[in-house]
Design a protein around this ligand. Structure first.
Ligand SMILES: C[S@@+](CC[C@H](N)C(=O)[O-])C[C@H]1O[C@@H](n2cnc3c(N)ncnc32)[C@H](O)[C@@H]1O
Length: 368
């Protein structure tokens, strides 16, 4: 070895044996990993997720940087390739994504992979022929954080925020979104942290003539009292606004993540109730507050009836008091029927569905 120049010593005297590339099994990784191609639209592993990465790429990264049992975290998980490969390779995993579609795709993928891994006869599509790990971590939980399901729709989120904070709304087109207790309220972008740039709209939109007048009238008082409502914010946000404007401003920052963690968003339940021939059919029911509490996505409820305590129906609603003739309150494990024969003398039909949180939805159904 020594004569062949294969044995050598490091500067600290540590001995090493030199091997050449063609003596080693497998394909040598190039600096640029061009041998792992992008995932073609027709690839077997392809899911319905546009930016999905090939499992072979994640397999190489995970094997190179972790050991079985380690914890792998991909905070932009998309379709969950990292988590799926981590599961196959016996690593524990955490994933996050801002996109609900990603969470759903990854969840479905991991549930079916977990089931597949529990069938030992199935050969797994790993890029290399490796021994399966001794322990696999196939269970996982899905969490909704920071009112994520609210904030994924910015327009709806603004409405819900104004409602939850009891802000009096201003007309559309105003510089501010509302007013509360003598303060003008501005909602900053709701699906990301607020930055100094986000203040530009205010800085350019302020009514400086009014500021001038107020300052002349009451020189020691602020010309405006304003509240910025945000979901996380850059430090010094209020100070930046005060610096940029040559008038005295009283700026308060209400950060939902910091100051209002227990804010309750009231969301109404939804139901789809239809008439099919002489039957009244509840096709769907989404008790949104209950689903939120259960950390469930609407799509994950297979049978809405599992979430329902009772259904009551008034076939001739008088417009004031519900006088139900149908009271469907099942015993024990039984579920409500969800389908009811409409009597011949039915007029205005009103249905009351009460969920497991005792929250009710009432809805009228046109008939005749
Ligand atoms: C390139 S894709 C990841 C693809 C993934 N490796 C796969 O195989 O499907 C990037 C992901 O980051 C998510 N993302 C973007 N901004 C984010 C944020 N601030 N927080 C969490 N996820 C975010 C996107 O929704 C997208 O799913």
């Amino acid at each position: 070895m020594y004569q062949e120049g294969r044995l050598y010593f490091s500067s600290t005297g540590q001995p090493y044996i030199k091997y050449y590339l063609d003596e080693r099994p497998g394909v040598a990784a190039a600096t640029i990993w061009s041998e792992i191609g992008i995932l073609s639209p027709t690839a077997v592993e392809r899911l319905d997720y546009p930016t999905q990465k090939p499992a072979a790429l994640l397999e190489r990264i995970i094997k190179a940087s972790s050991n079985p049992g380690d914890l792998v975290f991909d905070c932009f998980m998309g379709s969950g390739t990292t988590q799926a490969v981590a599961m196959k390779l016996g690593r524990r995993f955490i994933g996050a994504d801002i996109n609900l579609g990603a969470v759903q795709t990854a969840t479905k993928r991991l549930i079916s992979l977990g089931a597949e891994l529990h069938q030992p006869q199935r050969k797994l599509a790993l890029a290399d022929d490796i021994e399966p790990p001794t322990a696999r971590y196939t269970g996982f939980e899905v969490y909704n954080i920071n009112n994520y399901d609210i904030f994924r729709n910015p327009v709806e989120a603004k409405d819900l925020l104004l409602q939850a904070l009891e802000v009096n709304r201003l007309q559309a087109g105003s510089l501010f979104d509302g007013e509360k207790d003598g303060r003008m309220v501005k909602l900053m972008p709701v699906n990301r942290i607020a930055t100094r740039q986000d203040l530009n709209e205010l800085i350019t939109g302020f009514d400086y003539k009014a500021f001038e007048r107020r300052q002349a009238e009451q020189p020691t008082q602020p010309v405006e009292r304003l509240t910025l409502v945000c979901m996380g914010h850059e430090p010094g946000l209020a100070a930046h606004l005060q610096r940029e404007v040559a008038y005295k401003l009283d700026v308060e920052v209400v950060d939902i993540l910091r100051d209002k963690q227990d804010i309750q968003f009231k969301r109404d339940s939804e139901a789809k109730i239809v008439v099919q021939g002489d039957q009244l059919v509840i096709e769907r029911f989404y008790p949104l507050n209950l689903l939120g509490k259960l950390s469930l996505q609407q799509e994950h409820v297979t049978d809405w009836r599992e979430l329902v305590e009772s259904v009551m129906i008034d076939w001739n609603y008088d417009g004031a008091v519900l006088q139900p003739t149908v009271t469907d309150i099942p015993e024990g494990e039984a579920l409500v029927a969800g389908r009811y024969a409409i009597p011949a003398d039915a007029g205005t039909i009103r249905v009351k569905i009460t969920d497991l949180l005792a929250e009710s939805l009432e809805q009228e159904v046109k008939y005749g």
